[in-house]
Design a protein around this ligand. Sequence first.
Ligand code: PHE
Length: 458
Amino acid sequence: MSKNINYIKRESWGSSFGFIMAAAGSAVGLGNIWKFPYVAGENGGAVFLFIYLICALLLGFTVMLSEHALGRYSQKNAVGTFKEIAPGKKWWLIGAIGVLASFIILSFYSVVAGWTLAYVFKSLTGSLSGIPLTEYSSFFTSFISNPLEPIFWQSLFMVLTIFIVTLGIQSGIEKWSKVLMPALFAILILIIVRSLTLEGAMDGVKFFLSPDFSKINSKVILSALGQAFFSLSLGVGAMITYGSYLNKESHIPSDAFKIIILGVLVAVLAGLAIFPAVFATGMSPDGGPGLIFMILPAVFSKMPFGNFFEIIFFILLSIAALTSAISLLEVLVAFIKDKFNWSRKKATLISGFCAFIWGVPSSLSQGIWNKITFTLPGQDPMIFFDVMDFFTSNILMPIGGICVCVFTAYIWKTKNATWELSNQGKYTFAWLGFWSFLVKYIAPLVIFLVLLQGLGIL
Ligand code: PHE
């Protein structure tokens, strides 16, 4: 009997700690640890960090509150939420954009996540040591351009992701996040201690923490905002979906605040782990997307106990990627399960497999298909991988973010959203008025500017 009731009842988080770990796990990912340091490195270091923090705390928080409130109110998947609140209207398309974006992000995200798994293996077997310093770049390029090896690692990563998501919310996503996230923090702290105790580390800390405000320009501001958005998993329905598993007693504003703080903290800690090591070994901080795969192994090879730290660093990165990929897959699974009435297992296996297949050209475009390029209006020719990244990060995510704000503010109405956020008036937050102002006017406008910049118009 009780089994039956469980079966029809919608799944939910077991505890607020579990929800925070899962949502912070979604936020903390390759975006914080792989992308943040190199984008910061290219955009003046500390200034970028400073603006990123403001964007995450003000705008990221605004959108995250909206997404959690929408999800918890409707108790539906990303598409169902909009149908529930605005029945018979086309607003569900916002959710559909999110589902599409999650699918595409998962497809290329799993490629990079596969590289991190491969690097765990390569550092374990010692094949990353003994390479001349200048050869790390070509080692990485020849690995990612190999047609089969990266696809093998990508598929392994997808198997892990699918495995956890098939187990469901409490016994899969929540249970694993509760173990993996604290592990990630512990590893990160260990690496920071190592990095900060290297001779010459302080130059890296300075680069990362003391801002030179003369370096601020519109590109830095808008990249910081785009980065805040991606790294907090906003605009793709992930936070709506996770919010929909919240029970009515949960305290959305304080949970969301903790999630933002954790997300931001990991980005800052990742910078503190990476820049001091890069500076101490005389490398350059603006190494681009290869910073982690090409420069760090070189840094580790020069460091006492470098191999040990290298292994745990790539484990850390794989964990971060895994908990984010899980949330991307859950957006698809929640939608498909409800829409087609499929079991969780069937929905997970099929959507995960499709995302993997769609990711294969992204992987191949790093090597044998790198001559096939696509030229979008106003952009340089791009390989398939970059097209997928560009389309989601620069187009779908900002559109999703703007639409969430507009929908919350003008369709659902901030009055109703505030009612949900305050647990039907049970709690009062003086600043919910400020939140309403941000969600109505500031957030949509600023995200619109990011969209224009991402499209190369600004
Ligand atoms: N926030 C994740 C990261 O920083 C990426 C992500 C985006 C995950 C959107 C889920 C949804 O890597």
